[in-house]
Design a protein around this ligand. Structure first.
Ligand code: COA
Length: 435
């Protein structure tokens, strides 16, 4: 007779140190869970036991909290192979230790499934099991579930404080090899302050959004400002990569109700959540919220099934043709492409869908225009000019789809900061007008 899952659970209980020493071998490929669900205790145990290991490769995207495995002392023991950089990982990348593997977010599960990054050990953080022995991946399904599904060994931090969120978001206790019990709050990501610039951008974006639209929003001050400007809208829906506090407030107020969604009506569909304790508590056993793997939420063909889809993302720099750098500042890799192109393509394929790239007109406290004649040398083009639709700054809206290069350049100049318009005008004259 099959074992009762509670017996299996007890048999798999170990300390974090035991989990790494028993579960991981030199030469293994490891995948760490993501963002605010990163397995911080196992990262620390790996650091403490580093002398046992060499030639490890560790894949992850965002790692919120102390990333012990990215400390310089780990250089002789592992190579990080990352698809998105943040504060924890940028120093290692700048020192040429951290490696970067580019791909769209929806393609990450295929790295594991198709063997581009075969997974020896998936190291994840999940909720306590339900009455049937299923743990929820909670706030991070994205590539994490795919890593666990394709791993030879699964190590799970089972955290009492991880919310239990439905969807296709579960792993059974019998599929976990080592369980480390945890009772610690999740990392909270505070809402950034919203200034005048963000509010002006929010208003311009809101002008493009109709009642009944389904939205995808990223994280940060601009998406939060957009949401604040949608308070008088009706029947909005959410099909998104990232779910944050701003969306929770709009759900509570009833502006977001999903009633007009053409795919998964009345449900909020997401793959990755980060925000406050209030948000995490709101999500726990909330039947409205469903988390799915990123190759569902971010598949452009799935996104496109949402009529009236609107995606809103941001960027670092755009040239006058509409080529967009969103992940690098010149040569320097700053973040990753995430789901930007997934949503640009999905939203513009949807019936009545649009995509918006919203950004402040300047960077470095106004010293530099984000709209430039040419991208900085070495910049990565995250979104190509053929895919770009609407661009929004605090100065207005430029609709690039269906426009010639000359028309695009004029439209972008018109939403640039006035201080930089003469410089852009000169470049446009040289490029598009005869002497
Ligand atoms: N030239 C020089 N520096 C620039 C710059 C430019 N054109 N644009 C931005 N920077 C600098 C800023 O000054 C800032 O530096 P600081 O941290 O020292 O102040 C830094 O780069 C970050 O810029 P900011 O615009 O504040 O970043 P953000 O936190 O709002 O993130 C992106 C913007 C584009 C980096 C981020 O949205 C991203 O990574 N996007 C790609 C992924 C994506 O779109 N995913 C979609 C689904 S969530």
């Amino acid at each position: 007779m099959a074992k009762d899952w509670k017996t299996s659970y007890k048999e798999r209980l170990v300390t974090a140190n035991e989990a790494v020493v028993k579960g991981i071998k030199s030469g293994n490929n490891l995948v760490f869970g993501h963002a605010a669900a990163a397995p911080i205790r196992i990262s620390k145990a790996l650091y403490d036991n580093r002398e046992y290991f060499k030639d490890l490769k560790v894949f992850h995207m965002l790692f919120f909290g102390t990333a012990w495995h990215l400390r310089p002392e780990m250089k002789d023991h592992l190579t990080p192979v990352l698809n998105f950089l943040e504060g924890n990982s940028r120093p290692g990348f700048d020192e040429k230790w951290v490696q970067f593997m580019p791909c769209h977010f929806h393609q990450v599960p295929d790295l594991f499934r198709l063997g581009y990054f075969p997974v020896d050990v998936a190291i994840v953080q999940v909720s306590e099991p339900d009455e049937n022995g299923y743990c929820s991946f909670g706030i991070s399904n994205d590539y994490t579930k795919a890593a666990a599904d394709n791993a030879k060994v699964v190590i799970a931090e089972v955290n009492k404080q991880m919310p239990y969120i439905g969807g296709d978001n579960f792993i059974h206790v019998s599929d976990i090899d080592y369980i480390v019990e945890v009772d610690e709050p999740l990392i909270e990501i505070p809402c950034p302050p919203i200034g005048e610039t963000e509010m002006a951008i929010g208003k311009n974006c809101a002008a493009l959004i109709n009642d009944g639209a389904t939205l995808q929003l990223g994280i940060g001050a601009i998406p939060d400002a957009v949401l604040q400007c949608l308070k008088n809208h009706k029947d909005l829906g959410i099909h998104t990569e990232m779910f944050t506090d701003g969306v929770m407030h709009m759900l509570k107020s009833g502006v977001i109700n999903g009633k007009k969604k053409t795919l998964n009506p009345e449900k909020v569909i997401t793959t990755l959540i980060s925000g406050s304790k209030e948000l995490y508590e709101f999500l726990d056993h909330n039947p409205t919220i469903e988390a799915y793997p990123v190759d569902y939420t971010n598949d452009p063909f799935i996104i496109a099934q949402n009529d009236n889809m609107v995606s809103i993302n941001s960027c670092i720099e755009v040239d006058l043709m509409g080529q967009v750098a969103s992940e690098s500042i010149g040569h320097r890799q700053f973040s990753g492409s995430g789901g930007q192109v997934d949503y640009l393509r999905g939203a513009t394929r949807a019936k009545n869908g649009i995509s918006i790239l919203a950004f402040p007109s300047t960077a470095k406290k106004g010293a530099e225009s984000r709209i430039q004649p040419l991208l900085k040398e070495g910049a990565t083009v995250t979104s190509m000019r053929n895919d770009v639709d609407y661009m929004v700054t605090e100065y207005g809206i430029a609709h690039l789809r269906g426009k010639t290069l000359k028309e695009r350049a004029e439209a972008l100049k018109n939403i640039a900061h006035p201080n930089f318009r003469p410089m852009l005008e000169k470049a446009i004259k040289e490029r598009f007008y005869k002497e």
